[in-house]
Structure formats: C-alpha cells, structure tokens
Design a protein around this ligand. Sequence first.
Ligand SMILES: Nc1nc2c(ncn2[C@@H]2O[C@H](COP(=O)(O)OP(=O)(O)OP(=O)(O)O)[C@@H](O)[C@H]2O)c(=O)[nH]1
Ligand SMILES: [Mg+2]
Length: 374
Amino acid sequence: MTEMPPPNSPNPSRVSVIVPTYQEADSLGALLDRLSRVREGGLELEALIVDDDSRDGTEEVVRDLSLPWVRLITRRGERGLSSAVLAGLRAASGDVLIVMDADLSHPPESIPDMLAALQSGADFVVGSRYVAGGGTEDGWGVLRWVNSKVATIMARPFTSVKDCMSGFIGFRRDTWLNAQDLDPVGYKIGLELIVKCRCTNVVEVPIHFSTRQYGQSKLTLKVQLEYLDHVLRLLRWKYPGWSSFVPFALVGISGIGVYAALLAIFGVILQDILSDDIQIILAILLTIGWNFTFDRWLAFWYARGDTIWRQFVGFLGVCSVPVVINFLVTIWLVGDHMVAPAAGAIGALVGSVAGVLFNWFVARAIVFRRNASD
Ligand SMILES: Nc1nc2c(ncn2[C@@H]2O[C@H](COP(=O)(O)OP(=O)(O)OP(=O)(O)O)[C@@H](O)[C@H]2O)c(=O)[nH]1
Ligand SMILES: [Mg+2]
C-alpha cells in the first residue's frame, strides 16, 4: 500500500521557479532548455525570470523562445537580488516555490529531489554544496572558499544548515506567507527566509555547484560588506534583548576607561584651574555623554528617531541612580570602619554591576522605548 501524503503537502505538479537575473542573457537559453527537460518529467512548472532591466538581450532571448510557461518580469528603476526574489515570489502562482540563480551554477535537475524533500515533511529545502554528495567545481579559489566558510560561520547564531549561503532554495507557499518582517537587504535571501519563516525542518539536498560560464559575477566587495549589515539586522530581529544588552554592557565597560582617562588628563591640564570636585563632575558628565552617544547608536538603535535632547535628559536621570548607589555604599562601608580606598573600590564595583543592569532595564523601559512597529 502506498502511503498518502499529509493533507497539507504540496501538489508537486505546481511549481514556480523564480530566477533573478541581471545581465545573464548568455546563460538563459541553456537554463530554460534544462528546465524544460525537468518539466517533461511530469511537472507543471512555471519559470519567472525577474530581470532588473539588464538591456543585454534578456528580453529578446525570452521573447524569441516564446515558451508559454516562462514569464519575464522586468523591473525598471529598481535593483537588488533580494528584492527581485521577493517580487518573483509575490508574482508566482505555484504551491511550491523554488529560487535559483540564472548562471547555471545550480542544477535544475535537482528540483525533483527538492520537491521530494518538501513532500516528506521538510519546511525548507536548500541545494547544498556542503553535504555528502554535494560539492563545488574545481577551481574555486582559496579566497572564495574562505569567504563562503566565514560567511557560513557568521550565520551560526541563526541556523545549523551547512550551506545556508546557498541561493538554491525551495519551500511551500504557506511557509513564505508566514514570514515576518522580510527585509530585502543583502544577497542572502535564503538565510533571511530560513530565519524569518522560523523554519525548523530544513533539509539539504546535495548539489554540484558549477562555476559560471558566461557573464560576470555580481558578488562584489560591496555586496560582501552588506552581508555584515544583514547579519546584524538578523541578530537584532532574532535576539532583540541580547543584541541590545551586550553592546550596552561593552559601552559601559568602555565608559570606565573613559572616566579614568579623563580624570588623569584633567589632573594634569586643569589642576590649577578647577577644583577636584568640579573635575570629577565634569568627567562624570562627559562619560555619561560618551555612553549616551554609543548606547543610542549601538544598543538602542531602534529609538534613534526620537528627540535626542529628551532622551539625553532621561538618560542623565537614569544614570544618576547608580552613581548615588555607588556613593551610598562607599559612605556605609567607611562608616563601618573600612578603610576609604577599599570602600571606594567595593562601592564602585557594586555601583557598576547594579548600574549596568538598572540602567539598561530602565533606559529601555523609559528613555528608549520601542514603537509597536519596531
Ligand atoms: N534581478 C536581479 N538579479 C540579480 C542581481 N544581482 C545578482 N542577481 C542574480 O542573482 C544570481 C546570483 O548572482 P551571481 O552574480 O551569480 O552571484 P554568485 O552566484 O554569488 O557569484 P558567481 O557565481 O561567482 O557569479 C544571478 O542569477 C544574478 O543574475 C540584481 O541586482 N537584480
Ligand atoms: Mg552565481
């Protein structure tokens, strides 16, 4: 007896293959030829070529082939791989959505394996170079390999998928409809979707990744730097508390160094001009200014739209509480017959630890509030 697929499993005969292209006219004929052979295997498959106005003959290639199952979407005035993929996903009509590169790096012949994995319960499939049976063509330079590995390691906080940098991906329409806050930033739309669709059962199908034969790579240094920004955004999305608290604590530690350095400098240059008390107050205020600037930038990035002066006054108010704790603990210990320097050090330590936690919680709740839309 053959087992019935679960009721929500995709009908494998309705597949949309989204192919983002920028100046890939030379590869398109061969790609569509190989896709048409996959179709002949019994799939109802449409291809959506999402081209960013390449003007390299892409439109002519598609028009001349005149294949009824191929649609060309030409975006004018907009560029970007991820946003092109999202445009293709929105226009697709299939129950299963596959995304692949146009440059023949991704073998269309692996699509049936990807569909089989989805039918067996995967909620996301990745055409993977880094699982048994997969690989890359010889001639991948050391630099590109290291590049890919480093990028993969940086994605570890989000997924254990071995080839999460792959652009050859597939999922059910309902999986992508459940995605939250999709951000069309960067080049790694696969990683973005795995995280934002909260996919838990990601299956890697081995593929042999071919080196492009025609056209030029769009994987420039700028694109690679944008990946750092993408990882930061994903961290802030997935771990909003930690990605606020860790920079806050680090800025707090840096503040101790800044305070000590200011006191040392003032001791030399302001000795004859200002009294010790005034020097200390000045150093405290400047250190609070330092912490405010970096905290607002790195720990409370989401509240940068609010009025800066109101935030600064609030921050000043919040910071003064641990300063008072530090002071009171010191006084109490001195009163308890402890020698002043030791009391000062303990007071500062208690004040700092309490200060970081207190400041972070209260600053978050009162000064740097999150809008409902953040
Ligand atoms: N629509 C659109 N497609 C893009 C854009 N940038 C890249 N692509 C397409 O995305 C796919 C992947 O780009 P590639 O340049 O092959 O990047 P890569 O695979 O990481 O690097 P190489 O294979 O070495 O070229 C290709 O089909 C490109 O044509 C873009 O801005 N808009
Ligand atoms: Mg490529």
